[in-house]
Design a binder for this molecule. Structure first.
Ligand SMILES: Nc1ncnc2c1ncn2[C@@H]1O[C@H](COP(=O)(O)OP(=O)(O)OP(=O)(O)O)[C@@H](O)[C@H]1O
Ligand SMILES: [Mg+2]
Length: 412
């Protein structure tokens, strides 16, 4: 086994030294679409600690890798494959443009196929290959964080890391291919495009994503995802959702600690206000971000819309007045592409849940376990309503035909 393992005392020392690190002078720098407040000095090593198998769906390894040298010496992750750069080049047909799936802060992502011709005996596997862009703002730290978390944790609602490539200064991540792409790719498509995201699919996606977060939060050593947003929710061909991108993930507080203090990293529009102000990170920050994604699912609007006048840029700011007291205005704002697919009762319940998730006071937010339970109850009732062809809350469901519910927005 590799990667020096440290005791919990050592870990606490490390954690508190990071706490004090953040009191150093910080400088704000806004990068592309992501907000980052960075210290002038950066750490290049990751925290190391043990994971307990308790409460976890599957733990693949018990130790983290502290740096790239260690990883090369002894990867320790039995379920992760180590690929060569040449293998990845062949799998992606020389990183062909036509295979490009998208590009984020880490670098471009290509579709790839690994099979017997790439590596003898390898089962045919469709993959997504993420390649570190050396000119970007991410590097070994984010790459290793991803390998460490996804090398340890496996759950039906976390995207599977198939392996990685760490050759010279190349850093690649090889994931299971998610045929549906990201939730972001679907949710903001133009109105004339066929609407793949029906109400029942949105509910299912919300439940899947909530289960992924609940799994992380309920691990013995809780994990805070820190970058929950529609582009990090990937969909398979059946609209099953999985969380991707652990580059910013962080171990949650243990024992009497209420939070971990970190550099503020994340995405504007999703980052919890208390985290932005103090750098105090708790699982409640993920719950806030989940509330924002619920609003995006309900309204079909992005968390941040820079085309809108200031004061209306953030979806949360536009949604709160509706969530507080204006039920009829709220139902009128529901994404018109879902017209006739929902009962008002269900959307109002989801809106209520979203509102509780984005409460300013973190302690007033529900836990992810509560969120899963509430969403599953809403889903169950919604199915019963539709099956029973009942008329509820202004939405009439007759056989397959539905009247009412939602207005048709002329333009988006
Ligand atoms: N496993 C995958 N299967 C299929 N497509 C993927 C996969 N991973 C990523 N993608 C595609 O690549 C795009 C870029 O993903 P990436 O996670 O690098 O950036 P992002 O989430 O858009 O931005 P950010 O860097 O802010 O997280 C995604 O939007 C998605 O369309
Ligand atoms: Mg992403």
């Amino acid at each position: 086994m590799m990667g020096a393992c440290i005791s919990s005392e050592e870990y606490d020392q490390q954690q508190s030294s990071e706490d004090s690190d953040t009191s150093d002078e910080i400088q704000a720098s806004s990068t592309k679409d992501s907000l980052e407040i960075q210290k002038s000095s950066t750490k290049d090593s990751l925290e190391i600690q043990e994971y307990s198998t308790e409460d976890s769906f599957e733990i693949l390894s018990t130790q983290n890798v502290s740096n790239v040298k260690d990883l090369r010496r002894n990867p320790g992750y039995t379920k992760l494959d180590s690929f060569t750069y040449d293998e990845m080049r062949m799998a992606t047909r020389f990183f062909r443009k036509s295979e490009l799936l998208g590009e984020g802060g880490f670098g471009p992502v290509y579709k790839g196929l690994i099979d017997d011709t790439i590596r003898s005996g390898y089962p045919t596997t469709e993959v997504a290959v993420k390649v570190l862009n050396h000119e970007g703002f991410q590097g070994d730290t984010e790459w290793l964080t991803e390998v460490n978390y996804l090398g340890h944790l496996q759950h039906p609602n976390l995207v599977k890391l198939v392996g990685y490539c760490c050759e010279d200064d190349q850093r690649l991540l090889v994931y299971e291919f998610m045929a549906g792409g990201s939730l972001e790719n679907h949710i903001f498509t133009k109105e004339d495009a066929p609407n793949m995201l029906t109400w029942s699919r949105r509910l299912k996606i919300a439940i899947n994503a909530a289960k992924g977060l609940a799994f992380l939060h309920n691990a013995k050593r809780p994990v805070i995802f820190r970058d929950f947003k529609t582009s990090n929710v990937l969909l398979d061909a059946n609209f099953k959702a999985k969380l991707s991108d652990f580059g910013l993930a962080k171990d949650g507080p243990l024992g009497d600690l209420t939070h971990v203090t970190t550099l503020v990293k994340g995405t504007p529009g999703y980052a919890a206000p208390e985290y932005m102000m103090t750098g105090h990170l708790t699982p409640m920050c993920d719950i806030y971000a989940f509330g924002v994604v619920l609003l995006e699912l309900l309204f079909g609007e992005p968390a941040v819309d820079k085309r809108r006048p200031s004061g209306e840029t953030y979806l949360v700011d536009r949604a709160i007045p509706l969530l507080i007291k204006n039920k009829s205005a709220l139902t009128r704002e529901i994404d018109p592409r879902m017209k006739g697919q929902y009962t008002s009762k269900a959307v109002l319940k989801v809106a209520e849940l979203a509102y509780s998730c984005i409460k300013e006071h973190p302690r007033k937010r529900p836990s992810m376990t509560d969120v899963v339970e509430i969403l599953e109850t809403i889903q169950k009732h919604e199915l019963l309503e539709v099956k029973g062809n009942k008329v509820k809350g202004g939405v009439e469901v007759k056989g397959n035909k539905v009247k009412g519910g939602g207005k048709n927005k002329a333009s988006k």
